[in-house]
Design a protein around this ligand. Structure first.
Ligand code: NAD
Length: 503
């Protein structure tokens, strides 16, 4: 069969960019062009400041995007980024659709159904401009039946009836923060297709692209419905584990059981396994919530109300976890946050990504601000304008400027704070600098995991001059001293054993 020579990927986001960079690296003979409507995003992909942070991504992109010299040989670049969508479509044999599929905000299914407007727009563009046969591989996470719908769109829009479109489902299973590792060594590649000869051949041609580095036995070919549902099912079952352990952590707190001990004991059961069993303030990220809600909507559409209710509770428990987390902080500070500074370390929804979509930090910070706290935020990878945009999108903007400050280092964020809340499990919060100092004044039992630390007074509680921070005003990186902090006569740290680990 004809090998694929040219790939176009529509959507240069968290999925399209890293996936195509790895495909290009592993297939030097295939020309890979990633296109997007967003000029700024494309410019960033062409620069040294990639639009997303992902460990290992820069090396992979540079390897395939820039000309490489070794001895007398050169490796010409085969990874390109462009906003010229039409040209990339025309010259491609294989087109990935990797555009966003957020939850619908208005109309039928608002609040749970997936918004397929971007997928449909991309498909229409392919149908309108194509002049030769194409394999269209749907990579966005979509409801079951989308491949079927796309076939209708192609049949009705295609100008040139001689052009054949083979629609495949090829969902992406990478997780942000480990995207390159996941792409280089995937648990499986899933390809859904129809069962006629042409469709199966298209699936094989796509499989050949992955077979450049993925063992054949890990490339699964199934029907389109199974492929689409498997992606949703995987995310729903992962989200379900996090909501399960979070609901158990609530029971632990009232019974005296330790949620980490429970997670370890349960996780060592090989039938269950240890992953995704860290209690947290709730899962975040762009996928879990929207994908669970998408499954809820599918179940509702088929009148499977009990099934819909079951999955909806996974999201409900997640909202409850975030609310319970903020409540803990408020209660630990004597039920008032008025004029108190709370340091928030970490804004991304999990470590090793700058992505803040659905981050629990946005919700928790909003609840603290509503209690009149001043929130001081530090995150190593999230830009200040993103933090402001997250807060203004989700919360009342009145007087936000006075209630939020964004810091370039954790030390100034913590200075004078009544509490330090670690909301992203960045390694630097576990091992380096200030967090070590924080860790030294905390219960040793919880040193290795992100946690919320709320310093609590042991002397009479009052405002004014005695409202000293456990982080000294003159505290500097070089002179930090755990002993000084530990010996403070005013505060005794209280730890809240809620550990954070998201998707
Ligand atoms: P994203 O928002 O980061 O990127 C999507 C990109 O598509 C945007 O840059 C947008 O400008 C572009 N786009 C939208 N419509 C377009 C069009 N008609 N033409 C050209 N460009 C267009 O989204 P993402 O995180 O990469 O996710 C993409 C899909 O993959 C979603 O369905 C998501 O659920 C799924 N997914 C995401 C992850 C993840 O970890 N982020 C993992 C697996 C699957």
């Amino acid at each position: 069969r004809e090998p694929v020579r040219s790939i176009c990927c529509i959507g240069a986001g968290y999925v399209g960019g890293p996936t195509c960079a790895v495909i290009a690296c592993q297939n030097p003979k295939i020309q890979v062009t990633v296109v997007d409507l967003d000029q700024a995003r494309i410019d960033a992909w062409k620069s040294d400041h990639l639009p997303i942070f992902e460990p290992g991504l820069r090396d992979v992109v540079q390897f395939a995007r820039d000309e490489q010299y070794s001895g007398h040989e050169t490796r010409p670049p085969n990874l390109f980024f462009s906003t010229d969508i039409d040209s990339a479509i025309v010259s491609a044999d294989l087109i990935f659709i990797a555009v966003n599929t957020p939850t619908k905000l208005v109309g039928q299914g608002a609040g749970s159904a997936s918004d397929l407007a971007y997928v449909e727009a991309a498909a229409r563009r392919i149908a309108e401009v194509s002049t030769s046969d194409k394999i269209v591989a749907q990579k966005s996470t979509v409801p079951c039946g989308t491949a079927h719908t796309l076939r209708h769109i192609f049949a009705s829009v295609a100008q040139n009836s001689d052009v054949n479109f083979e629609i495949l489902s090829n969902p992406e299973f990478l997780a942000e923060g480990t995207a390159i590792r996941d792409l280089l060594s995937p648990d499986r590649i899933l390809i859904g297709s129809n069962t006629d000869r042409r469709a199966l051949q298209a699936a094989e041609r796509l499989a050949d692209v992955y077979a450049a580095w993925v063992p054949r036995e890990r490339i699964l070919t199934v029907n389109c419905w199974s492929s689409e549902l498997s992606k949703l099912a995987a995310n729903c079952m992962l989200a379900q584990r996090i909501s399960s352990i979070n609901s158990l952590s609530a029971i632990c707190e009232v019974t005296g059981a330790d949620v980490d001990e429970v997670a370890q004991a349960v996780g060592q059961d090989t039938r269950i396994g240890s992953k995704m069993l860290k209690a947290s303030a709730g899962f975040g990220g762009s996928c879990f919530k929207k994908d669970v809600l998408c499954l809820v909507y599918i179940a509702e559409s088929y009148n499977l109300h009990e099934v819909a209710l079951y999955w909806r509770r996974i999201v409900d428990i997640n909202e409850y976890s975030k609310a319970r987390f903020a409540k803990w902080i408020i209660q630990s500070l004597h039920n008032t946050l008025d004029r108190k500074k709370i340091a928030i370390l970490g804004w991304a929804y999990k470590k090793d990504t700058g992505d803040t979509r659905e981050s629990a930090a946005i919700n928790v910070a909003g609840q603290l601000i509503a209690e009149n706290a001043h929130v001081a935020v530090y995150d190593p990878e999230v830009r200040p304008d993103q933090i402001i945009s997250d807060l203004t999108q989700h919360h009342n903007t009145d007087a936000l400027a006075k209630k939020v400050s964004i810091h370039k280092n954790p030390y100034s964020a913590c200075e004078g704070a009544s509490a330090v809340v670690i909301l992203t499990e960045w390694d630097e919060f576990k091992t380096d600098g200030l967090p070590s100092a924080v860790a030294n004044v905390l219960d040793k039992e919880v040193l290795e995991v992100p946690l919320v630390s709320v310093p609590r007074r042991t002397s009479e509680d009052s405002r004014g001059s005695s409202e000293r921070s456990w982080v000294r005003d003159d505290y500097s990186r070089d002179e930090r001293s755990a002993e000084n902090l530990a010996e403070s006569p005013v505060f005794e740290p209280k730890t809240i054993p809620l550990r954070l680990c998201k998707k």
